[in-house]
Design a protein around this ligand. Structure first.
Ligand code: F0G
Length: 360
């Protein structure tokens, strides 16, 4: 019988703080494809690029990896309700895993600043959704306060159980490539993900599956780039709403990931993000949400400036599915709405519009 992927906890149980007898709340997350992208390798002028397509997780983003571990631990503690601050993806994952666990979920999101795809997921999974008049950083401050003083369990990535789950993405890259890449890039927001990849790759070195760490690169949106500025940004702004974060919680861990791996931070404008968003769709066949194009956009910018390190093998994590925030795909380069042509219901009408000549 075909083997079904069992979710990251069961697949990597010997590398995680879990035992088979623990409650394991899973939707089958992880095991996402690592897709070779020759068009991007050519653009960057490197040997190879693989996209780690995290949009293939059950709720459409990498957050599911950390949510299975966080909600499973919450279940072990007898929690009745989980709480999360979110720019959208964490709330979708928290809501779905809470349903699986038979718990309530409460999500705090910045009012009007999360994509409707993500909002619809939280609604579908009957989260109690509160739109906060503030940004993500305000939501996280409130979620922390609430979890310390009320019976709600925090499932943001400041909860170390989250990073445990998310580190499994590094394991999967090594499983497939048989080694670490030379360089691994990703979008950088609250900094949980880069910290988790660092943790995962470090453990791979410790167990002897790889010899050296990949250089980790975290890329931010220019209007929301505290790691480039060197201090928190009071009013972060970007169309990449998933990473519209001014005061990243895992600041020190991300700095450590950069230092320890000889990595780097970069930033790209919204225009550069949208350019790469379109390039990935049109040239690699991988449809991601705009925020998720940020890692590749950052590498392209470095390459154009002649500042991309001379490396052979590159992995870029694309963090969320394009259907999360599809409006951007329906606009052309100058922001005009794209409307597919209407035709009469005959084959001939279609052939005329396409300029096709009838077969001889
Ligand atoms: N990409 C996507 C699609 C995200 O949703 C996020 C974060 C990131 C990248 C950045 O990852 O925060 O670990 O550095 N989204 C969080 C949320 C903040 O609430 O969904 P990070």
């Amino acid at each position: 019988m075909a083997h079904q992927w069992r979710g990251v906890i069961r697949e990597y149980i010997d590398r995680l703080p879990f035992q088979e007898s623990d409650p394991i709340i899973t939707l089958g997350e992880g095991g996402t494809p690592l897709i070779e992208a020759p068009a991007l390798a050519k653009l960057l002028d490197v040997g190879s690029v693989h996209l780690k397509f995290e949009g293939m997780n059950p709720t459409g983003s990498f957050k599911d990896r950390g949510m299975t571990t966080a909600v499973s631990k919450a279940a072990a503690h007898g929690a009745q309700a989980v709480i999360a601050a979110s720019t959208g993806n964490t709330s979708a994952a928290a809501a779905a895993y809470a349903v699986k666990a038979g718990m309530q979920s409460v999500v705090l999101v910045p009012a009007g600043k999360i994509s409707w795809g993500k909002l619809s997921q939280a609604v579908a999974h009957k989260a109690q959704i509160l739109q906060v008049r503030g940004n993500f950083d305000d939501c996280l401050r409130m979620a922390r306060d609430l979890s310390e003083n009320y019976p709600v369990f925090l499932v943001n990535s400041v909860n170390p159980d989250r990073l445990q789950g998310q580190k499994t993405a590094s394991f999967e890259v090594v499983d497939v490539l048989g080694d670490a890449p030379d360089l691994h890039a990703m979008p950088l927001g609250n900094a949980g993900n880069i910290s988790a990849y660092h943790l995962g790759y470090r453990e791979e070195v410790e167990v002897g599956r790889i010899k050296k760490l990949p250089r980790l690169f975290g890329i931010q949106a220019a209007g929301s780039a505290p790691f480039i500025q060197g201090s928190p940004v009071a009013k972060p702004e970007t169309i990449a709403t998933a990473i519209r974060i001014g005061n990243p919680a895992s600041w020190d861990l991300a700095q450590e990931a950069k230092r320890d791996t000889n990595g780097g931070f970069g930033s790209v404008t919204d225009k550069e993000i949208l350019w790469m968003h379109r390039f990935l769709s049109q040239e690699t066949g991988v449809f991601v949400e705009p925020s998720s194009a940020t890692g590749a956009a950052g590498l392209y910018k470095l390459a154009k400036q002649g500042e991309l390190p001379k490396v052979d093998r590159v992995v870029v994590t694309v963090t969320g599915h394009g259907l999360k925030d599809p409006d951007w795909a329906l606009k052309d380069e100058s922001g005009r709405k794209i409307k597919p042509k209407k035709v009469s219901a005959t084959a001939q009408a279609v052939a005329e519009v396409l300029g096709l000549e009838r077969n001889k």
